[in-house]
Write a protein that binds this ligand. Structure first.
Ligand SMILES: [Zn+2]
Length: 454
């Protein structure tokens, strides 16, 4: 008996030692699977940055620009930032947010500058954004999205066509729009960006704990509805940010952090005193402002949509956006709403996409898609189990989802998944809940007209 007890004791001791050892080693944080080249990250970022400059009120204030560049470049010098061509600009927007495009262009909202308690908190957000760039999280997510045409598009001769890389990505539904794959991160990516961001802050002389404090402050305040923030939806809380970052600080060895410019209070005054800026005129004219439900509902007969591998009818007052089977939106202009941050919400229309099979099992793939859609769309709920049916004489499921409508109230989102070789085609038919009676006939006709395959 005694013998056994001693053995057990030693065994437990080893286990504890092993755990302590693994905690004392710094986590290796590096970019994941990626179909894009680093050069493509940079090219894409430059093209999107030009779009941001056209469509958003980018601030032209010498003092503010110089300061954000000084802080940003100090952080970007850290080896962990991986030498991307970073740039730092300010967007006039009262919401508390910042975003970095693949390859380095970084934009900070004036609302974020005003909401930070100190310079280190603002530097923390920049360091976190820089980390998403260096870890290539945007293109990693796009690579993992199983878009059928992406590998051929990136590797092939299609590059350099009209509209550039972003023009082609737009055909796959990748852009800066609502819930963009490029700007909305997983919890694992968040943890990695926190860790790398801590190291970058530490090197630049900012206390990394302020990054965690700021994110946690936003989290607490956004719950109370006190802040206009969408920072938390694109950077979801991975849990215990402070604790994880404290661990990281211990590993690096705490030091006297003395990187502050000391000008933060002054910069906040400058940001506060900026004259109100509207979106650039060109952007306002081009932006989808949304019309009335009456204008948007299907009417006036049907037109035929045909692209490689897909054919269907659609209401003649709707338009086709994108021509690629892998991702097309067919919607009335009156049903499109440009949102803050350049995102577009669809109030009426149909979104079509093709994805590769993840599990080899159509029913499981449908379930996984439902989960993915509900995670990616705030407020989306499943309101009924998938019902099996046939579309184009192929196995299909119809699933009823609901989510908030850009017109207010709820909308129905009919998800139709259709089995095809190696994957599926799916359609999301969108209509305001209280207008479904005016859409149902058109949706039925569209579904019946679907032809998939060569
Ligand atoms: Zn993040």
């Amino acid at each position: 008996m005694t013998h056994t007890r001693i053995t057990r004791f030693i065994f437990l001791g080893l286990l504890v030692a092993a755990t302590a050892f693994s905690q004392s080693k710094a986590k290796k944080v590096k970019p994941g699977f990626n179909l894009f080249s680093k050069e493509q990250d940079v090219q894409m970022g430059a093209e999107y940055a030009a779009q941001v400059e056209r469509e958003m009120p980018v601030v032209d204030n010498a003092e503010l620009n110089k300061w954000i560049r000084t802080v940003g470049e100090k952080l970007a010098k850290a080896p962990e930032a991986d030498k991307y061509p970073y740039s730092f600009k300010v967007v006039y927007d009262p919401s508390i947010n910042a975003f970095a495009l693949p390859g380095g262009p970084t934009f900070t909202h004036t609302g974020l500058i005003l909401a930070a308690d100190n310079e280190a908190q603002l530097a923390g957000v920049l360091a976190h954004e820089i980390s998403h760039v260096a870890l290539r999280h945007g293109t990693n997510q796009a690579s993992k999205a199983q878009l059928l045409q992406l590998p051929a598009m990136l590797g092939g001769q299609m590059l350099g066509g009209k509209g550039g890389l972003t023009g082609m990505l737009a055909q796959l539904g990748i852009g800066l729009g609502a819930n963009s794959l490029l700007l909305k991160f997983s919890r694992n990516a968040e943890t990695d960006a926190d860790i790398l961001g801590s190291r970058i802050m530490h090197q630049a002389g900012y206390n990394p704990i302020e990054m965690a404090r700021f994110f946690e402050k936003l989290e607490a305040e956004s719950g109370k509805g006190n802040w206009i923030t969408n920072m938390m939806s694109s950077h979801p809380n991975p849990g215990n940010r402070q604790k994880r970052i404290q661990q990281e600080i211990q590993l690096m060895g705490a030091k006297q952090y003395s990187g502050e410019t000391g000008d933060f209070k002054r910069i906040q005054q400058v940001a506060k005193a900026l004259p109100k800026m509207e979106k650039p005129k060109g952007a306002t004219a081009a932006a989808a402002q949304g019309g009335t439900v009456e204008q948007a509902r299907p009417q006036g007969g049907f037109k035929n949509f045909q692209t490689q591998g897909l054919q269907m009818q659609y209401p003649s007052n709707w338009e086709v956006f994108g021509q690629n089977t892998a991702n097309v939106t067919i919607a009335p202009r009156a049903g499109l709403f440009q949102q803050q941050g350049g995102q577009t919400a669809i109030g009426y229309g149909v979104v079509i996409n093709q994805v590769k099979s993840q599990s080899g099992d159509f029913a499981k793939d449908t379930q996984a898609l439902i989960q993915q859609l509900s995670q990616g769309n705030q407020g989306m709920r499943v309101s009924g189990n998938p019902r099996e049916q046939r579309v184009d004489n192929k196995r299909a499921y119809l699933t009823m989802l609901t989510s908030p409508s850009p017109w207010g109230g709820n909308e129905v989102d009919w998800l139709v998944t259709v089995e095809m070789q190696g994957g599926m085609t799916y359609f999301v038919f969108i209509a305001p809940e209280n207008d479904l009676n005016n859409a149902r006939g058109a949706f039925d006709q569209m579904i019946q007209s679907v032809r998939i395959g060569q």
